[in-house]
Design a protein around this ligand. Sequence first.
Ligand SMILES: [Zn+2]
Length: 107
Amino acid sequence: MSNILLATNPKPEKREPGNFDNYTKNEGRGWRCKDCKSMIFSGIVAHPIWLRGTEGGFGKCKYEEVPYCSNCEKEPNFSGEPVYVDFDINDFNLSARKSLPSSSNKD
Ligand SMILES: [Zn+2]
């Protein structure tokens, strides 16, 4: 039966999201897909912030909005690639020191 054939057919390959060359600006607001005219959604991708040279960080994330066409493009993966920052001792003291503004020049 054709139902079985449909179920076993692989889905056509979708584009990578986030390429504005594939969208056209709406009059008013928002964007549409050039191919299927669908509204462009935006997905949120969270990039864990890691210390350069390591595979860990402070448990913080950098959030990025990635536009995509739900018909033609892959949905952005919420778990993004890590972004790297250079080691900074001040980052380690954030939780201890940030709550005490203007007390840094006491000595
Ligand atoms: Zn589309």
